[in-house]
Ligand binder design. Structure first.
Ligand SMILES: C[S@@+](CC[C@H](N)C(=O)[O-])C[C@H]1O[C@@H](n2cnc3c(N)ncnc32)[C@H](O)[C@@H]1O
Length: 226
């Protein structure tokens, strides 16, 4: 049987998990998701327009709206149920949500900043970076965040043990069973960081890399120099 491609995993991971996502992402990362999002926020310049690619339930979108009350923020996501949770929670007039596939992004405006947490590993950088560039203003910034497989052997073995435990927990949380079982392999095999950095450089972006929490996640930024 053919292995799932990262993009094939998206409906399997997300179609039935929207209602519990906010709490699950927090406890499964021991609260690090909050810290990682604070680090993403530090990278965002004060600007007029921000796009949250794969906004999910809007956790980061609403944090951006709070930090930048004068910015117009658009969140896009491919999964209807996640967008419905985001729309229901939305207290901000400056925030709007749309259903779109990030790799086929087609919006009638350009943004000062495009931000995304946890999308890179599901997408092909050769598709995603050009569409982002088509939607980015001159001197605009792309900020990508996702999990990475730790480098140190001690951290790697703790990380692997943790995912074995999570895969057992998955038997008690059926909607999350496939995520807990298949996510570690995806993170171990993805080369998103190197691949996106290379494609960004090929398109003339000035890149910067920040590793987080013993290399278990990273933020890659690229600035479109005019
Ligand atoms: C783990 S959630 C992250 C949500 C949010 N960014 C956050 O940090 O809380 C991943 C999200 O990526 C979305 N996604 C995956 N591939 C996508 C694509 N090609 N286009 C748009 N959204 C996508 C999924 O629907 C899901 O909502």
């Amino acid at each position: 049987m053919k292995a799932d491609s990262p993009k094939d995993l998206v409906p399997a991971f997300f179609d039935n998990t929207a209602q519990t996502y906010d709490s699950v992402v927090n406890w499964t990362t021991f609260g690090k998701d909050r810290y990682w999002k604070r680090e993403i926020l530090k990278q965002i310049p004060n600007c007029e327009t921000i796009l949250d690619l794969a906004c999910g339930t809007g956790i980061l979108t609403f944090q951006m709206a709070k930090q930048f009350p004068n910015s117009k923020i658009t969140g896009i996501d491919i999964t209807e149920s996640y967008l419905n949770v985001a729309k229901k929670k939305n207290p901000y007039q400056s925030v709007s949500f749309l259903k779109q596939d990030a790799e086929k992004l087609d919006l009638s405006q350009k943004f000062d900043c495009i931000v995304s947490s946890y999308i890179p590993k599901y997408c092909d950088p050769k598709s995603l970076i050009p569409v982002c560039l088509n939607h980015l203003k001159p001197n605009g910034k792309i900020i990508l965040h996702d999990f990475t497989y730790p480098k140190s052997s001690i951290v790697k073995s703790l990380w692997n043990t943790y995912f074995v435990i999570l895969s057992v927990v998955g038997y008690f949380l059926p909607s999350w069973k496939k995520v807990f079982a298949d996510l570690p392999k995806l993170i171990r095999t993805t080369k998103w960081l190197d691949d996106y950095e290379q494609v960004m450089k090929e398109h003339g972006l000035e890149t910067h890399l920040q590793s987080l929490t013993w290399n278990s996640s990273a933020i890659l930024t690229g600035i479109k120099k005019i």
